[in-house]
Design a protein around this ligand. Structure first.
Ligand SMILES: Nc1ncnc2c1ncn2[C@@H]1O[C@H](COP(=O)(O)OP(=O)(O)O)[C@@H](O)[C@H]1O
Ligand SMILES: [Mg+2]
Length: 302
């Protein structure tokens, strides 16, 4: 059989919840191996998409296929058992932490994943505790773990079965900068032959980690591609100036304001325009945050 590319192909996925919320509105994406960023504000549909890929909920329509295994493409929505064998998943609310140690819990989870041989399981668990840098904390109860330690434990359990498809839902939310960095390093070390999908509302996550990304908003894909290409597409079109606090709305009504951020306490607006909108604006090199906000505001250069 011809070799399959390692990739996930999502086509025309839709999902409307019973309360009428359209969480996925025709999502199509080709996700290659490596780290892929799914960037979107709260409510965009990221967790819905990830739970659907993780075979935990059904879409209304659409297809998901996963390639890169010997037997060809898997139909993710139909072949759930096969997919679960390849899957590692860290949910957004990996919440319930029993009063057992990290080592005991990981051992238990490894048993559930089918590593029944005691000695082998111990080796796998020990190697994993080292890998996620929790070896020194292995006897500590999970209830006492910090946010960063929890997320590293979460990655450890997701990596246990050596997945080919790894889904991590908002793993850096709530981490302090040091913990976030440690977590980045851990994700960056995951093998090249794994599809890793990382959802986040934090632009910096995607900037630092992902070669490819999608921006999703209100259940739709607004941009899909490489972050640097997205940034390059705005070159020469972003203009900035500081404004008074009470002028922001007035500027918004007159021009395409992408974002306003506080710089040392004073609002600074970024405007999308092919030339300086007014004399007091200066050109700025666009960054991924400009891309994100421009897309969310419906101003994205495509
Ligand atoms: N089980 C559910 N029932 C009804 N609405 C839901 C449910 N889960 C999510 N939603 C709604 O669907 C939209 C997308 O949610 P979600 O997929 O959690 O987005 P994200 O992870 O990007 O924040 C939101 O408007 C959310 O309120
Ligand atoms: Mg979510």
């Amino acid at each position: 059989m011809a070799e399959q590319p390692i990739e996930l192909r999502i086509q025309n996925l839709t999902k409307t919840y019973k309360n009428g919320v359209k969480a996925l509105d025709g999502v199509s994406l080709v996700i290659p191996r490596g780290l892929y960023g799914l960037l979107g504000p709260n409510g965009a549909g990221k967790s819905t998409l990830m739970r659907t890929i993780a075979t935990l909920q059904e879409p209304d329509s659409g297809t998901i296929r996963f390639g890169g295994i010997d037997s060809g493409f898997l139909d993710v929505l139909a072949q759930k058992e096969e997919v679960r064998k390849l899957l590692g998943y860290l949910p957004q609310d990996f919440g319930v932490y029993p009063r057992v140690s990290a080592e005991e819990m990981l051992d238990h989870l490894a048993l559930l994943k089918g590593i029944t041989h005691g000695k082998e399981r111990r080796e796998v668990v020990h190697a994993m505790l080292h890998r996620v840098n929790l070896w020194d904390h292995r006897r500590k109860a999970l209830t006492g773990f910090s946010g960063g330690m929890r997320q590293r434990f979460g990655i450890a359990q997701a990596l246990l079965a050596d997945p080919r498809l790894l889904i991590v839902d908002e793993p850096t939310a709530g981490l302090d900068p040091g913990e976030r960095n440690r977590f980045y390093n851990l994700l960056a070390e995951i093998g090249e032959n794994v599809v890793v999908i990382l959802s986040t509302h934090i632009v910096q996550d995607v900037m630092e980690l992902c070669r490819n990304m999608a921006i999703i908003h209100q259940g739709r894909v607004l941009f899909a591609g490489a972050p640097d290409l997205a940034v390059a597409s705005l070159a020469g079109q972003v203009w900035a100036r500081s404004v008074a606090r009470d002028q922001v709305d007035e500027y918004k009504s007159r021009m395409a304001v992408i974002s306003h951020r506080l710089v040392a306490g004073q609002p600074r607006i970024h405007v999308l325009a092919s030339a300086a909108p007014e004399p007091d604006f200066t050109p700025v090199a666009p960054d991924l945050e400009d891309v994100f906000f421009a897309n969310i505001a419906g101003l994205g250069a495509k």
